[in-house]
Design a protein around this ligand. Structure first.
Ligand code: NAP
Length: 295
């Protein structure tokens, strides 16, 4: 039987509707409108698209948003001053510096300059540390979205064996840390594999839940999966496709066609994890705005 689809579009829409209700209530009861500041350095077309869609999400949810654009030649000093201004601005509850930054700017220094209470990307070491310790914090959006997908599709990871393929700071490590917490919606046994593991197949084969976050198109095939497992495909890879208008196509890290016949549930690409990231960013911004008023 073919796997059921875990519908990221539907679940992201549910979360946005909840965030909208939360924002309306915050405005009504405390007079606070969540505010998000975007900083975009350079003119990377991909980053432009992301910032535009995040700005649109703010509009739809009634958030305030401001975008500061700087040329690629912008100095680190100027960027840090911009961040300091937003840190001090009470109308700004979330600060998002679109990554990657030009090479002459130290990305880590920039992340650490953001007030951790406004770090809606969840990349600041204070939030990373709290995540590891199981203390409530602003959590990275894509991994938090993965946990929402599992919970809302009825695939509770509690007591299951999850195998995470990839150990990046933005996906693999945080999703590992979230899944292993002794908390509802988590509480899984978690294995992480990466390029240091010669053959990942025996690990993936044991997984009740596979989280593929490697950035390698269609690398996890149906033959590598345990029958009935749940597959979350984080990969977003553009591959050539002469039949497509643009000449390229977006595919995941999982070979959807073969995996669909083995798994019990799977996220499509596009239409899965990718749609969750902005929804979770909005949720984090609402959380930061609520915390600013002591909620
Ligand atoms: P990354 O920083 O390049 O990290 C990739 C990880 O996968 C590394 O830990 C690497 O291992 C591991 N890896 C690579 N090839 C492997 C292989 N053949 N076998 C086992 N492990 C392997 O990538 P990322 O930022 O985590 O992103 C991963 C994918 O998710 C990308 O396709 C990206 O576009 C996508 N993504 C999507 C969203 C979204 O949907 N919103 C957000 C973020 C990322 P080593 O550590 O040993 O090098």
């Amino acid at each position: 039987m073919a796997a059921s689809l875990i519908d990221g579009k539907l679940i992201a829409a549910e979360i946005r509707a909840e965030v909208r209700r939360g924002a309306d209530e915050l405005r009504r009861t405390r007079g606070i409108t969540p505010g998000l500041a975007f900083i975009l350095v350079g003119n990377d077309p991909g980053s432009e698209v992301y910032v535009r869609s995040k700005g649109k999400a703010c509009e739809e949810l009634g958030f305030r948003s401001v975008t500061e654009r700087r040329a690629a030649s912008c100095s680190e000093h100027e960027l840090l001053a911009l961040i300091a201004g937003f840190n001090a601005d009470p109308a700004v509850h979330g600060i998002l510096v679109q990554l990657p930054l030009p090479r002459h700017i130290d990305e880590q220094r920039v992340i650490e300059a953001i007030d951790s209470r406004k770090d809606v990307d969840g990349f600041h070491p204070v939030n990373v540390g709290k995540l590891v310790l199981g203390i409530p914090c602003l959590r990275p959006c894509t991994p938090a979205g993965i946990l929402e997908l599992l919970a809302r599709s009825g695939n509770d990871p509690g007591g299951k064996h999850a195998v995470v393929v990839g150990r990046s700071n933005i996906v693999g490590k945080p999703v590992f840390n979230m899944l292993m917490q002794k908390q509802p919606g988590a509480n899984a046994a978690v294995t992480v594999v990466h390029t240091g593991v010669k053959d990942i197949t025996p690990f993936v084969k044991q997984a009740d839940i596979v989280i593929a976050a490697m950035g390698r198109p269609r690398s996890i095939t149906g033959a590598m999966l345990k029958p009935g497992c749940v597959v979350i495909d984080v990969g977003m890879n553009r591959i050539p496709d002469p039949s497509a208008k643009t000449g390229t196509r977006l595919v995941g890290d999982v070979d959807f066609a073969s995996a669909q016949g083995v798994a019990s549930a799977i996220t499509p690409v596009p239409g899965g994890v990718g749609l969750m990231t902005i929804a979770m960013l909005m949720k984090n911004t609402l959380q930061a705005a609520s915390s600013s008023s002591g909620i």
